[in-house]
Each structure stands twice: as C-alpha cells, then as structure tokens.
Design a protein around this ligand. Structure first.
Ligand SMILES: [Zn+2]
Ligand SMILES: [Zn+2]
Length: 315
C-alpha cells in the first residue's frame, strides 16, 4: 500500500510503498478515508521525539475492512475514528473512566516478538501513536477506535480524534466557533484586556500556543482558584516560570491536557452526534482537502495561518 514515511527528522514525508500485516488478536484493519494534518505530526517530523523510519498521521477516519479473531466491539463495514489515547481498558484508571490516564497503554501495541504491523523490505516501521493514518490502510487496536454514524462525512470525522488543533491566531474563526469576545494580542495587551472583561480574573485559561510568554500571560489572567490548561506546545523545550507566593495566594492550578484528555469511546460518538444535530461546527474547520502525496505542501500551506485545517481525503 501507499504510505508517507518519515525517513529522517526535518526532511519531510516520502510517498512510498509499505507493507501492512493482517489483523491479529484485537486489531482492526481500517481503509483510511480521511487523515487530518495536525501540528503534532509536524512537531514529530521536525524534532527528535519518535524513532525513524515512521508512519505518522493520528487523525484517522475510515471503514473497517477486516478484524482480528478477538475483536468484540467493531465489525467489518463500521465507520470508525481513531484516538491517540492508548488504553488497556482493564486497569483501575480505565475502569474509572479515565482511559486517557491508562497505566498500560502499550498493551494496545504488538509485542517486540511479534511481526511489525508496518514494514518496508522486511524491516519494521514505527507506527505513530499506534495509528499511522498517513497511509491507505491502518492496523489499529480496537480500544483506539470509536464507531461513528455513517452519515458523518469522513473529513469532519477525522478531526474528532484530535479537535484541539485549531489555529489560535484566527480570531474571526474563533467567533464562528462560539467565542463571545476576542482579543487581538498584537494590538492589545492581552492581560489588561482580559482584566477589563473579567475584573476578577478568568476561571479557566486554555493555552493552545505553548510559548513561554503566552502561558505566563495565561497564569497572570487567572482569578482566585483559576486553572491554566496547557493544551498545545510550540517546541519540546518550552518552560514557564511561576511565582510560588502568587500561586498560593491565588490558589492557582496548572493542568496538562494530553490530546484533549478525553475518553474516546464515549466522547467521539457524542461529538459526532452534536455535529449531526448542527450543534458543533466541524465544516468550517475543514478548509482544504488534499491527496496523500501532497502532505508536505499541505503543511507548508498551514504555516501562514490562513487555513484552519487541511485533511487528506484521497490516497
Ligand atoms: Zn492532532
Ligand atoms: Zn488501562
């Protein structure tokens, strides 16, 4: 099958032939219909985070083509969306509904003694997040897949695996997605502007940018007992400073949010339902559809911020 291979950090993706294994155990073979371009994959392609060669792509939607002998929740023909949250489904955290904090996430992957899911000339390829959506097909553990209604368009469905990746600069887009007030930090001092709107400070601040200055502004915006949620990161080496005296007095919280920290089996079908009811805007997120071989150009086009999201829909 065709797949995009990351052969070396910083060299982009190569369109190549790759072999994919047949499903074993609880694995599901998905014919990929849509695969979103996310900044996380770009971060991985430009920084030394995952081993190479690798097949990335973690916003996957498709049709189930085959299932392993132990698959219980998914059938051939189902429409599915992949989730980056790898969960065993049986540990204390999974059983309490916090599958995104699973203590045995690797149980969704093949053991080192098994043949690799993806290979090229007999040598294994790293499968990003156990998904590998930049390919014609993907072999995924059933715990990482949610079944969605067949009326849901695939491009919109793909984004449900990771809807957090919205270009934060785009204020007009923010309004279309329900923002009541927007502040342009290039023309206004953001901390003062938030204090004007919310004299007591903000209860919750979400940082999708992940730069030191932005996160520290977020901390300053918080009211007493408020929480800063770190959702996005610009580079792996970013650190922030926090004054302990102010943090104690303000009872501030800082919470890392790992890819939405959602329970995918519960939340993805719920988002799909909200979309079909017209209560969640996914259509305006899909600003361009491209083919798999054009992903490098797609990422280049995303850089200037004029596009919201780019999705691969032909393979
Ligand atoms: Zn993503
Ligand atoms: Zn678990």
């Amino acid at each position: 099958m065709k797949a995009l291979v990351l052969n070396a950090i910083g060299r982009g993706f190569d369109f190549e032939d790759v072999d994919i294994a047949t499903p074993m155990g609880r694995e599901v073979l998905v014919n990929v219909q849509a695969s979103g371009l996310c900044h996380t994959d770009l971060l991985f392609a430009t920084h030394d985070i995952v081993p190479t060669p690798a097949v990335l792509g973690h916003e996957v939607a498709g049709i189930v083509a085959a299932v392993g002998p132990d698959v219980a929740q998914i059938r051939v023909g189902d429409h599915v969306v992949g989730s980056l949250a790898q969960s065993c489904g049986a540990c204390a955290r999974c059983l309490s509904g916090r599958s995104f904090q699973c203590t045995h996430p690797k149980s969704t992957l093949r053991r080192a003694s098994d043949a690799p899911r993806l290979s090229r000339n007999g040598a294994g390829l790293f499968q990003g997040f156990g998904l590998g959506g930049f390919a014609e097909r993907a072999l995924i553990h059933e715990n990482q897949l949610a079944v969605v209604p067949k009326e849901l368009p695939f491009a919109q469905a793909a984004l449900l695996g990771c809807v957090v990746d919205i270009q934060p600069k785009r204020l007009d887009a923010a309004k279309r997605f329900g923002a009541t007030d927007v502040i342009d930090s290039t023309t206004t001092k953001p901390v003062e502007a938030v204090r004007d709107l919310l004299p007591g400070g903000a209860d919750h601040v979400f940082d999708f940018v992940g730069l030191k200055a932005v996160a520290e502004q977020g901390l300053t915006m918080l009211g007493v007992g408020g929480g800063l949620y770190l959702v996005g990161v610009a580079r792996p080496d970013i650190e922030i400073g926090m004054n302990i005296f102010n943090a104690i007095g303000g009872q501030k919280r800082v919470q890392g949010v790992n890819f939405g920290s959602t329970n995918a089996k519960r939340d993805i079908p719920m988002y799909a339902e909200l979309y079909l009811q017209g209560r969640m805007n996914l259509d305006d997120l899909v600003s361009r559809k491209i083919s798999l071989r054009d992903v490098n150009d797609g990422y280049a086009a995303l850089k200037d911020g004029s596009l919201t999201r780019v999705v691969v829909t032909s393979f």
